[in-house]
Design a protein around this ligand. Structure first.
Ligand code: SF4
Length: 288
């Protein structure tokens, strides 16, 4: 060791959430036995992990391409699918590997049960998000999807509402929506379905980032979870940079003696966090 080194620590709580990790393992297992394996939609919101899965043989198809498949092996990712996807699979003899996260599946079942009891279903989420499409599919796509309390059109909704949430939405936003509905005199059956694997990450990221001089946040640019966790990291540590791959790390951000923390989103693979840490560590041990 020399006194020109930096001290790099990977966040022990970072890496895939339980549902994504399970889906990736299921894909790897399937690829060991069966080729080709198709995945309906992107497996995970992380380009580096997508490239790795493609290299080992996973082929991504969109919904249009999926509807043309017949007799193939197809993986349903952690986000879950609406009933139409299962119906198509049955009609076209597709071999389905269902990697829908069990937590999402449970929310789907609860929404279906409430809908069948005649409730007016509201889903707090992003209308075009694949998980929301799967959730709304349980109501025949009859639920009202609301993105925020600010976009709520109170006149168009009935007096009694059964509210669910996309699992990756913010807890704060959910509470705001409940408050806005109650203030307007609506009777709300509140179903808190935000996944704790996501909500726990916010306090964890804060506690981790506070401890370091500099932080590198590793995540996919199209991942909304990565964007909001990055903002959380910056709230407690202004010296935080966002990168999606080791190549984007700029060594000028650091100086010898810095204590550097590496963290990421629930869609960031653990190997990518290690590669970023290793690159920084190597740079400083070689150049100083
Ligand atoms: S965030 Fe939660 S619900 Fe969504 S895939 Fe991960 S573990 Fe499952």
């Amino acid at each position: 060791m020399n006194n020109r080194e930096v001290f790099v620590t990977v966040d022990p709580s970072a890496g895939f959430c339980f549902g994504v990790e399970r889906a990736v393992i299921m894909a790897e297992d399937a690829l060991d036995h069966d080729h080709p394996v198709y995945c309906l939609g992107e497996m995970v919101h992380n380009d580096e992990e997508l490239k790795r899965l493609q290299r080992i043989g996973l082929q991504h198809v969109d919904r249009k391409e999926y509807n043309k498949l017949s007799g193939q092996t197809v993986l349903f990712r952690a986000h879950g699918e609406p009933p139409e996807s299962y119906a198509h699979a049955a009609r076209h003899k597709l071999n389905i590997i269902d990697a829908s996260c069990p937590i999402v599946k449970k929310v789907q079942q609860r929404i279906k049960a409430s809908y069948e009891e005649g409730a007016f279903i509201m889903i707090y989420g992003k209308p075009d998000h694949p998980e929301v499409i799967g959730l709304n599919g349980q109501t025949g796509h009859q639920a009202l999807v609301v993105e925020s309390a600010e976009t709520l059109n109170l006149e168009s909704i009935p007096e009694e509402i059964c509210l669910y949430s996309q699992t990756t939405q913010s807890l704060q936003g959910f509470h705001k929506l409940v408050e806005a509905l109650k203030r307007a005199g609506k009777k709300v059956d509140v179903n808190h379905t935000i996944c704790r694997h996501v909500s726990n990450r916010f306090p964890q990221v804060k506690a981790f980032c506070e401890q370091f001089d500099k932080v590198v946040f590793v995540g996919g640019r199209r991942s909304s979870n990565a964007q909001s966790l990055y903002e959380t990291a910056r709230e407690v540590n202004l010296n935080t940079w966002f990168v999606s791959s080791p190549e984007e790390v700029n060594m000028n951000w650091f100086k010898p003696g810095d204590r550097i923390g590496i963290t990421g989103a629930t869609s960031t693979p653990p190997w990518l966090l290690s590669e970023v840490a290793e690159k920084i560590h190597q740079h400083f041990s070689q150049h100083h």
